[in-house]
Structure formats: structure tokens, C-alpha cells
Design a protein around this ligand. Structure first.
Ligand code: GDP
Ligand code: IMO
Ligand code: MG
Length: 428
């Protein structure tokens, strides 16, 4: 067993950063396969909190190699900022960070487009992070994107930027009245990052192929979550990449036959940032309590996260789509002070109960959740060292989730820190 994927099972922010950091202890390579700096992966140890946006969550384990795959869209300014922060924190990146030479670059006009479309009246507001993610993936699919390998050839970079600049500046001016900086200014800015980034760029498919051939342990890091996947999530209220486990194959160039395990990270309740349907969302004091106890504010934008009960329809959907064979259950401690907990088992819409995830957002947006109730435990679970140490009602709740999910728990997390984790087996 040498290649594993770690994937978010809900609408992102499930605690992937914490889980990947823990699993990275036994891994040789950690490779991000999708998204960009819309992600915010939090890792807490030695009393310090680190939030990573682009650099894989294994970077704090000095023996690991960290890869940013071709499926990731890279904003060079954001990347360099993150690299600087890590260097200041004493993390050595040289020889440990490799960025795919096939990754698309996020350009300044991408975030202008992102914000312009969000503020325009014609389209539904998605509540994006405003980081240019969607427009950058759109250019990639339209075969107009600029890639990191273009940094190797100044003439080619110039030509590609020129074509994009002419197209984008005209559209942005016409549509949103936005004036871009001059072409020369944009080119100079792009070139300003070249020196720093170029030495980290490489063929990550070949690197990963060779690492796998040597039986090295590779952890593929997902970003966002299953319900934000562009094909399988709550479209159009999704991100613009394939965040599900299959995205690891396309986003890293690892063939499906080489993936041995898939770990799903899922919160003991549900959150979502941005717009879009969220059947179990709570608008009452319970929702407020989840937000407060769980510190549910976005790691990237600081926006308050919408909070609600655990949704078994979402969970089962994620199990099948991702081929999950082990679960990391997070934030159990956030439920420590509730009298009653609820789990949604289906959506009731126009007299019919839906137990499969519908494509139609009307059902998801207007359906009534059907709930099963559980007694709370009103006791702290923080730092419990084994499942047996948990309060009986917590065990009942977790066992019920286990039955819904139909796969075992690799770990149960009861706090943000590394040590606040119940380990129930090894990944590799
Ligand atoms: P990611 O995007 O999936 O990596 O998740 P985020 O880092 O955006 O959000 C998860 C938040 O919950 C972070 O602030 C973590 O430090 C925190 N966290 C992770 N696991 C636990 C847990 O078991 N209990 C509590 N209370 N916080 C946790
Ligand atoms: P991690 O990896 C939570 C959401 C945004 C918005 C939608 C589209 O930390 O779990 P985008 O900027 O991607 O075009 O925004 O997706 N979103 C996330 N929500 N966690 C994330 O990443 C997210 N990345 C994007 O809030 O609703
Ligand atoms: Mg996050």
C-alpha cells in the first residue's frame, strides 16, 4: 500500500489540513491535486496555528517531499508569500517543494473577472473567494491558460500574455468598466516572480511515477470537498475543479490502478461558506452555537461559515463517489455541549422522500430534512485517548455515523491540535 488520497466529504473545511499533517508523519511525498489559494488548510502544533493555501499540509515534516500538481492553479504572488511565511517559521523548502511545470498560472485579470462576475446582476452569486479560481480554470479548459513551464521561455510567455491581455482587457473594460494595468506592467510583475519560482518547477508526473516505483508512500491531498466538485457538487454553487478523489489521477498524473486507499475527512456536523443550498443549515441558537464552539470562520476569507446538522445523504454520496475506505471524523468536541443532536437521513420534497443526492437544486434548496435524533453527552471529549474513553452518548452518535458511512474510522478528532486525536489504525 503506497498511494493514498485524502478527500473532503462535505463543502470543504472538514479538517483536511490537520488530518494530512498527522498522516504525513508516515509518508514520503504529499501532493496537492486540485484547487488553488481558495483553500485554507489549518495545522496546529506546539501552540502555533499555520494556515496553508497552496503548499501541501505535509510541509512541517522535514523528511517529506511536497508536490503542487498540474491540477492546481497557482497564483505566483500568493505562492511566494506563503513560501516566505514558511521560511520565517523555520521551514526549509529547498529540495522539498516541487511545482508541476504543467500547472496553470492565475493572472491578475482572473481575479478581476471573478469579482466582476460575482457583482454583476446576470449571474447567480456563488460567494467565491474572489481569488480568480473559476476564470483561471476556464482559461485552462479553453486552452488559453499560461502554464508554469512557460516561465522557461520568455518569448513564449510574452506571446501568451499578449493574446490573453488583449482579449481580457477588452472584455473587462466593456463588461465591467475595469481598467487593467498596462501589458508591460503585468508582464514585468509576472517576470518578477520568475527567478524565485523557476527553481521549484519540475515534471511532477515523472517524479511521482519514480517515487511510486520505489515504493515510497505518497499522500494525495485534496482541497475543497465533494459537494464543491464542479461535476458532482451543488452546481453552480461549486468550485471549478474536480475535488473528489478521482481528481488525484488527473491532477497529479497518477493512474487509477495505483491508488490503494482513499480517506474521507468528515466533520461530525456540517458547514458551508458562500452561497448555495444547504439542507441541514440551522438559523437558530444551535447554529450559532456550532459556529462559536467550532470557531467556524473561513481560514481563507474569514467569512462566518454556515452551520448545520450532519447530513447522511451527503455522507453516503461522498462514500460512493470517492470510493472511501477509511474515515477521519473531525470536530466531535464541538458537539460536547448539546442536549440533542440531529442527523438528516433524507429530504422530503412535495411528499416524496429523497435519499440519493438530487441534481436538482430545487429539491436540495426547498426539501425538508428528515431527522433522526440522538441524545447529547454534555461532557468534554477534548483530548480523549481512546474510543472507550468517550462518553456513552458520544460513542452511540459516532457508532451511528459509522453505520451510515459503512466504513471504519481511521481517526477521530476531538480538538485542533495534533495530540487531540484518537488513532484507530495505520494508513499505509
Ligand atoms: P480544511 O480546509 O479541511 O483543512 O479545514 P480548515 O482548516 O479550513 O478548517 C478546520 C478548522 O477546524 C481549523 O480551524 C482546524 O484547526 C479546526 N479543527 C480541525 N479538527 C478539529 C477538531 O477535531 N476539533 C476542533 N475543535 N477543531 C478542529
Ligand atoms: P478548503 O480546501 C470551503 C467555496 C467558496 C465558494 C465556492 C466557489 O479549505 O476546504 P471559488 O473561490 O473556489 O471559486 O469559490 O467554493 N470554497 C471553499 N469552501 N473550503 C474551501 O477549501 C473552499 N474553496 C472554495 O466559498 O462558495
Ligand atoms: Mg479550509
Amino acid at each position: 500500500m503506497s498511494v493514498a488520497v485524502v478527500v473532503g466529504m462535505q463543502w470543504g473545511d472538514e479538517g483536511k489540513g490537520k488530518v494530512i499533517d498527522l498522516l504525513a508523519e508516515d509518508a514520503d511525498v504529499i501532493a496537492r491535486y486540485a484547487g488553488g489559494h481558495n483553500a485554507g488548510h489549518t495545522i496546529v502544533f506546539d501552540g502555533n496555528q499555520h494556515i496553508l493555501h497552496l503548499i501541501p499540509s505535509g510541509i512541517f515534516h522535514s523528511g517529506t517531499l511536497c508536490v503542487i500538481g498540474n491540477g492546481v492553479v497557482v497564483d505566483p504572488a500568493a505562492l511566494i508569500h506563503e513560501m516566505d511565511l514558511l521560511k520565517k517559521a523555520g521551514v526549509d523548502l529547498d529540495g522539498r517543494l516541487v511545482i508541476s511545470d504543467r500547472a496553470n498560472i492565475i493572472m491578475p485579470y482572473h481575479s478581476t473577472f471573478d469579482k466582476g462576475r460575482e457583482n454583476s446582476s446576470g449571474f447567480e452569486k456563488i460567494g467565491t473567494t474572489g481569488r480568480g479560481i473559476g476564470p483561471s480554470y476556464a482559461d485552462k479548459i479553453a486552452r488559453a491558460g499560461i502554464r508554469t513551464c512557460d516561465y522557461r521561455d520568455e518569448g513564449r510567455l510574452r506571446k501568451k500574455l499578449k493574446a490573453n491581455y488583449e482579449e481580457k482587457s477588452a472584455i473587462l473594460k466593456d463588461l465591467y468598466g475595469n481598467e487593467l494595468p498596462t501589458y508591460e506592467c503585468m508582464f514585468d510583475e509576472l517576470m518578477g516572480f520568475r527567478e524565485t519560482i523557476l527553481k521549484y518547477i519540475g515534471d511532477t508526473h515523472v517524479l511521482l511515477r519514480d517515487q511510486i516505483a520505489q515504493n515510497k508512500k505518497v499522500l494525495c491531498e485534496g482541497a475543497q470537498g465533494t459537494m464543491l466538485d464542479v461535476d458532482h457538487g451543488t452546481y453552480p454553487f461549486v468550485t471549478s475543479s474536480n475535488s473528489i478523489s478521482g481528481g488525484a489521477c488527473t491532477g497529479l498524473g497518477i493512474p487509477p490502478t495505483q491508488i490503494d486507499r482513499v480517506v474521507g475527512v468528515i466533520k461530525a456536523y456540517t458547514t458551508r461558506v458562500g452561497e448555495g443550498p444547504f439542507p441541514t443549515e440551522l438559523h437558530d441558537s444551535d447554529g450559532e452555537k456550532l459556529r462559536k464552539e467550532g470557531h467556524e470562520f473561513g481560514s481563507t476569507t474569514g467569512r462566518p461559515r454556515r452551520c448545520g446538522w450532519f447530513d447522511a445523504v451527503v455522507a453516503r454520496y461522498g462514500i460512493h463517489l470517492n470510493g472511501i475506505d477509511a474515515i477521519a471524523l473531525t470536530k466531535v468536541d464541538v458537539l460536547d455541549r448539546f442536549d440533542t443532536l440531529r442527523v438528516c437521513t433524507g429530504y422530503k420534497y412535495k411528499g416524496k422522500i429523497y435519499e440519493e443526492m438530487p441534481a436538482d437544486l430545487d429539491i436540495l434548496g426547498n426539501g425538508e430534512p428528515v431527522y433522526t435524533e440522538f441524545a447529547g453527552w454534555n461532557q468534554s471529549t477534548v483530548g480523549a485517548e481512546s474510543f472507550d474513553q468517550l462518553p456513552d452518548n458520544a460513542k452511540r452518535y459516532i457508532d451511528a455515523l459509522g453505520k451510515i458511512l459503512g466504513v471504519g474510522f481511521l481517526m477521530i478528532s476531538t480538538g485542533p491540535g495534533r495530540e487531540e486525536t484518537i488513532h484507530q489504525g495505520a494508513l499505509f
